[in-house]
Design a protein around this ligand. Structure first.
Ligand SMILES: C[S@@+](CC[C@H](N)C(=O)[O-])C[C@H]1O[C@@H](n2cnc3c(N)ncnc32)[C@H](O)[C@@H]1O
Length: 415
């Protein structure tokens, strides 16, 4: 519980009467009215373009700037972009992620690095000037915390990646205030096995200067045609935004299915050597693993059935299971004759139709599995805008616009 303190302001008798009348018109006592007004004005000032808190690196486009850590193929960043943020600098250790991110976000400086080697000065060098983002976003690899990983090890070096994230956040925030951070991961991180580890991460985030909130959200509650439960940890800079509270986005109440999303697409190309993606039907990612197993013939694989982890056939009229495929585990298309194409998996992840994943088939399976669905990222980004007082438009109106531009109806898939 935060401690409250008193603020004394000297007013002349006439000033006091004047302000009391305004407060009374709103049915408020003078002290309540004054507190609300001070906080609102302070937040607006902190978030204004002239404030150092807005981030110095908005690409001249007056959008709050971001540093994206563990940027992957850019699913989370795409959601933030749609909500009006600009990723100024993005980094990942994986070359296919860097190439994919650069291809789809040409205004962002993207570079490959191991997170623990990053310092504010190194970021300055890469950025070409002092790097002062408004916010930091990122979700470290989740495999080491995932309950579906049956080979979890206590000494997995990936357990330390959130600490590297917190260290960099702290160093940046000490130099110039960061308004917020976002950290995404699997719910397993909050489970009994990793509870102590999680409490340590949380403490480090608090020591970095943030009031920390957490929420478990499932992508299917936000119009993503996929069950994907994930945790989101949001930190708000309590010094810069006193009284600001983060609330998770409200579920949108629309359930989208596999049929809504991929019905009517033509057959994809089967993986082979020497293919030219530009010749694939509909999209350069519309290719799939060769259906070698005999299970794919003779109508063996029925909608909704599972044969171990390797053969899970999607149902047309339900959201997909989580798009997170291990080696040769891409879900089977509801037709039962083949696995999904990469493009179909991207649509189930709500990537916009013009988005492209680079790399070979193995890399693309990894990239599409790792991404935060942009549509979920969008709603989380909106909730952060609300918390920081950046949101002036009614959220319903933005949501409507998002649907018009990014949610594809089956009939418009070939447009
Ligand atoms: C869960 S994915 C991030 C997905 C991304 N947020 C998105 O929405 O597209 C985690 C990423 O962390 C990267 N990564 C793993 N270890 C790393 C390290 N030591 N330093 C930097 N990046 C690392 C992986 O290459 C992977 O792309």
């Amino acid at each position: 519980m935060e401690r409250h303190t008193k603020l004394m302001i000297r007013l002349s008798a006439s000033e006091k009467t004047f302000l009391e009348e305004i407060a009374a018109e709103q049915g408020l006592k003078l002290a309540t009215w004054a507190r609300r007004k001070l906080l609102r004005d302070g937040r607006e000032e902190a978030a204004s373009e002239d404030s150092p808190l807005y981030g110095a690196n908005g690409n001249g486009n007056a959008k709050p700037s971001l540093l994206s850590l563990f940027c992957g193929p850019g699913g989370l960043d795409e959601g933030f972009r749609q909500a009006g943020f600009h990723t100024s600098l993005a980094t990942d250790i994986d070359k296919d992620c860097v190439a994919t991110f650069r291809h789809n976000h040409p205004d962002t400086r993207v570079f490959s690095a191991e997170i623990s080697t990053l310092t504010p000065r190194k970021l300055d060098r890469i950025y070409g000037g002092e790097f002062a983002p408004f916010g930091v976003i990122g979700g470290p690899p989740c495999q080491s915390f995932s309950v579906s990983n049956v080979h979890q090890k206590d000494d997995d070096p990936r357990h330390n990646l959130p600490l590297a994230y917190a260290r960099l956040l702290k160093a940046l925030n000490r130099r110039r205030p960061i308004a917020f951070f976002l950290f995404e991961n699997v719910p397993g991180l909050l489970g009994p096995r990793h509870r102590d580890r999680y409490l340590r991460f949380k403490e480090e985030f608090q020591l970095a200067g943030f009031k920390v909130y957490e929420a478990a959200l499932d992508a299917k509650d936000y119009g993503v045609p996929q069950e994907r439960p994930r945790i989101f940890i949001v930190g708000i800079n309590a010094n810069a935004f006193p009284g600001a509270e983060w609330l998770p986005p409200r579920p949108t109440g629309e359930l989208r299915t596999v049929r809504d999303t991929i019905a009517g697409l033509p057959e994809p190309v089967h993986n082979a050597r020497g293919l030219d993606p530009e010749t694939f039907p509909v999209h350069p990612n519309h290719w799939c693993l060769v259906p070698k197993s005999r299970k794919f013939g003779n109508a063996n694989l029925k909608e909704g059935q599972m044969f171990g982890r390797s053969f899970r056939t999607l149902r047309w009229d339900a959201p997909s299971w989580t798009v997170a495929y291990g080696h040769r585990e891409v879900h089977v298309h509801p037709c039962g004759h083949r696995r999904l194409s990469i493009y179909e998996a991207m649509l189930l992840q709500t990537f916009p139709r013009e988005y492209e994943l680079l790399g070979n088939m193995t890399a693309q399976v990894r990239l599409v599995s790792d991404a935060v669905p942009p549509r979920l990222g969008y709603f989380v980004a909106q909730s952060i805008r609300m918390a920081l007082g950046l949101e002036t438009e009614a959220p319903g109106a933005k949501h409507q616009r998002f649907r018009q531009t990014h949610v594809r109806e089956p009939a418009d898939m070939f447009a």
